[in-house]
Design a protein around this ligand. Sequence first.
Ligand SMILES: Nc1ncnc2c1ncn2[C@@H]1O[C@H](COP(=O)(O)OP(=O)(O)OP(=O)(O)O)[C@@H](O)[C@H]1O
Ligand SMILES: [Mg+2]
Length: 277
Amino acid sequence: MAFLADPAAALPGAGRAAPGAIPALTLEGVEVRYPGAARPALSVDHLTIGRGERVAVIGPSGSGKTTLLRLLNGTLAAERGEIFVLGKRLVPGRRLPREQRRRIGMIFQDFALVERASVFDNVLFGRLGHAHPWLSLIGHFSDRDRDIAGAAVREVGLLEQLVQRADALSGGQRQRVAIARVLAQEPEIILADEPVSNLDPALTNDILGLLTRASERRGATLVMALHQPRLATAHAGRVIGIGGGRIVLDEAAARLSDDALRSVYGRPFAVSGGAAK
Ligand SMILES: Nc1ncnc2c1ncn2[C@@H]1O[C@H](COP(=O)(O)OP(=O)(O)OP(=O)(O)O)[C@@H](O)[C@H]1O
Ligand SMILES: [Mg+2]
């Protein structure tokens, strides 16, 4: 297998963020209510996220962070309002077309790895949206798909574990596989739901640094739900705070104040402080 010299340079559209371009994500008058719930889990009057932005979504447990990400990846339908992803309107109740789905990559909180498959195969599955639909079902991927998957494994520093099964990896290595898989997908938007829970602080910073650098190199838009404001300010350019299902904060990370965090968490909180769960 040949590995590309610079994986990011090989990607079509690297550095594609352009001023005045169609936003990556737009929500207008959106309301989501889970079946049987008395009040909406999330209400958003207006939200726009530009291409190439790096956004952290923070808020207490149950505030609506995952709900927002699920709306954006089209797996949850809004009761009302409109959502546009890369200029295309999401149609409630209708699955995103394959062409659109592959433009949005998701890193799940539990990583959703195939436990019995190798690191390489897990990452290769990130190419499913690009590969031939029938041939990929019988495990056939093109040389290009395999090269891109290999480059992604190298980018996250897991070449030595290439053939190791996912169930034999450490927590940090699993996180890297999930990141490599999403990079192999070559999405224009990366959504990450708490990509660094349960890791020690040094590893947490390494992994978030890896994810943010990799998406920046590609000009991809990154939206990540994080539990710690400290991580949000360190790794994102913009911080959106959700409290009780509403956006109560939308601020440049560099300007985030303790008062602003109090509005999100409903109690005193320091920007430099620890976990907010
Ligand atoms: N599938 C579901 N069915 C019914 N209610 C749900 C469902 N998923 C979430 N909720 C409710 O919607 C609200 C928002 O949940 P969500 O999972 O978006 O919060 P969160 O901010 O991601 O929390 P956490 O930080 O714990 O992950 C909560 O009140 C939750 O109980
Ligand atoms: Mg959540």
